[in-house]
Design a protein around this ligand. Structure first.
Ligand code: AMP
Length: 511
């Protein structure tokens, strides 16, 4: 159980595991012990320094989930700033992210990053990550090393990780997460779920998002436990992976939990009647709303507590969670603050009493001090020492938070956040489109999915417009339904409100 102060940096965070204890296990491949993890991270960090990578440099990482991705992330964060990117992005998106982060190097593998390699500037150092059958990760580069640099370790306030979050403009906001933000958030997760060296965490979330990186990986390393990392989530094989590897917990988005339930209920499933693995202590859900019915059905069928948590990139992931038994977990709530203070604020920045609805605001050492190079976003996101989440909620007398909606314009598709403005702008690139408004519509398994309404200046089919979006946007961001309308519905004052457009064009559901 974790009862010490949070480690200063993510390098210190991997110091706690016993040398021969498994740190990372590939269910179909090698195991990396803590001793090997520490040696590999230090060796690769030295190698990166020899290549000329320095503390303030940014290194983009485009790797599939696996041992390579974890070891590479840790080594890059120990040397410079890691900027992991979604391998599903298209060329235009990679170009934007590589430019915006000012990446000095790009790490890809044989399986990922081809589109990024094509659009990367000539000046960027290109490296390939690979792993041998013993779980040893190596980085190869076509360039030359430029001589040994001073090998100073990171400081707690150095930026270990930079991620982007979707904003109200098409330009995503850059979130700089310091070592201290990450280690404190990892500590909060480990403390909430009483993680110990005996725990085995199954990581099914992608490693370009804080959910997988902080909850599944860093919290586990901090507590000296084991991370099990398959290449992707697979509802058909999950329970056999859990049993074979004695998994004690896993964290996922509601869409994945619902896929597991559907599978368990299907007649072909050998798991349909349970019992599920007895060593499983709990299942965690985060990054999108978990319907109460899903939570209750999961608890009944899988026989373990299902704990909904609330997280955000700007808070280095976890903000609140429902507790383990004997604590009270309440379906439909996200529990109470885990190592951070949660408040509710009105539009004028006044804190509200329990029972009053308003914007969820947070304070804590895991929360960023500001976005990078974005004074407008900083001016609106911080108020009196509080960070405004853009989520709407209410606290009860016992400080338990219920989320009620979102004030910010975001589409949350299975936990992936999509800026509707980014879709508008891609649609407007099409010569036949004169106006475009994207919005989220409810979806039975993704929670929400993108749709759009467009006004045309010349003839084009809906199909061609969807294909145009696919050329410029990762598939998960592409609207499946595009309504061709004569005019975009507006409010009485002439404003476009996405929610009004969604209901006016009949976008309640695409199915
Ligand atoms: P991200 O930065 O991708 O982690 O997204 C953070 C956003 O995800 C939050 O501001 C919420 O809008 C949403 N979110 C996270 N957890 C939950 C949850 N348990 N229920 C509803 N929305 C959530």
């Amino acid at each position: 159980m974790v009862d010490q102060a949070a480690p200063a940096t993510i390098l210190d965070l991997i110091e706690r595991g016993a040398p021969s204890h498994p740190a990372i296990v590939d269910p179909d491949g090698p195991t990396v012990t803590y001793d090997s993890l520490r040696r590999q991270v230090h060796d690769l960090a030295d190698q990166l320094r020899l290549m000329g990578i320095e503390r303030d440099d940014r290194v983009a990482i485009i790797l599939p989930n696996g041992i390579e991705a974890i070891v590479t992330f840790m080594a890059v964060a120990a040397t410079a700033t890691a900027a992991p990117l979604n391998p599903a992005y298209k060329g235009d998106e990679f170009k934007f992210y590589l430019d915006d982060t000012n990446a000095k190097a790009l790490i890809t593998s044989d399986l990922t990053g081809e589109a990024a390699r094509k659009v990367a500037p000539q000046t960027i150092m290109q490296l390939t990550a690979s792993m041998n059958s013993e779980g040893l990760v190596s980085l190869s580069s076509s360039g030359k090393s430029c001589g040994r640099r001073s090998g100073v370790g990171p400081e707690p306030e150095d930026v270990a990780l930079v991620l982007h979050t979707s904003g109200t403009t098409s330009r995503p906001k850059r979130v700089p997460l310091a070592h201290r933000n990450l280690t404190i958030s990892a500590q909060n997760v480990a403390t909430t779920y009483l993680l110990s060296p005996e725990d085995v965490s199954l990581c099914v979330m992608p490693l370009f998002h804080v959910h997988g990186l902080v909850a599944s990986i860093l919290a586990t390393f901090l507590s000296g436990g084991t991370v099990l990392i398959p290449p992707r989530f697979n509802a058909l094989t999950l329970w056999s992976v859990v049993r074979t590897n004695r998994v004690t917990w896993f964290s996922a988005v509601p869409t994945m939990h619902q896929a597991l339930l559907r599978r368990a209920k299907s007649s072909e499933s050998r798991d349909s009647g349970g019992p599920y693995y007895k060593g499983l202590r709990f299942i965690r859900s985060c990054s999108a709303a978990l319907p109460s019915t899903t939570m209750l059905e999961m608890e009944e069928r899988f026989g373990v507590p299902v704990l909904e948590a609330y997280g955000m990139t700007e808070a280095a992931h976890q903000m609140t969670s429902n507790p383990l038994p004997p604590g009270k977990r309440l379906p439909g709530t996200v529990g109470s603050g885990t190592g951070i203070t949660v408040g509710i604020m009105d539009e004028k920045g006044r804190l509200q009493v329990p029972g009053t609805r308003g914007e969820v605001v947070i304070q804590g050492p895991n929360v960023i001090r500001g976005y990078e190079d974005n004074p407008e976003a900083n001016a609106t996101s911080f108020s009196d020492g509080w960070f405004r989440t853009g989520d709407e909620g209410v606290l009860d007398q016992e400080d338990i938070l219920t989320l009620l909606g979102r004030l910010k314009e975001l589409i949350n598709r299975s936990g992936e956040k999509i800026s509707p403005v980014e879709i508008d702008e891609v649609l407007l690139l099409h010569p036949a489109v004169s106006e475009a408004v994207a919005f989220g519509i409810p979806h039975p398994t993704h929670g929400e999915e993108p749709a759009a309404a467009v006004v045309l200046s010349s003839q084009v089919s809906q199909r061609d417009l969807v294909a145009h979006c696919r050329d410029h946007l990762a598939d998960f961001k592409c609207p499946r339904v595009i309504h061709i309308v004569d005019a975009i519905p507006r409010t009485a004052t002439g404003k476009v409100q996405r929610r009004i457009v969604a209901s006016a064009v009949g976008g309640q559901s695409s199915r």
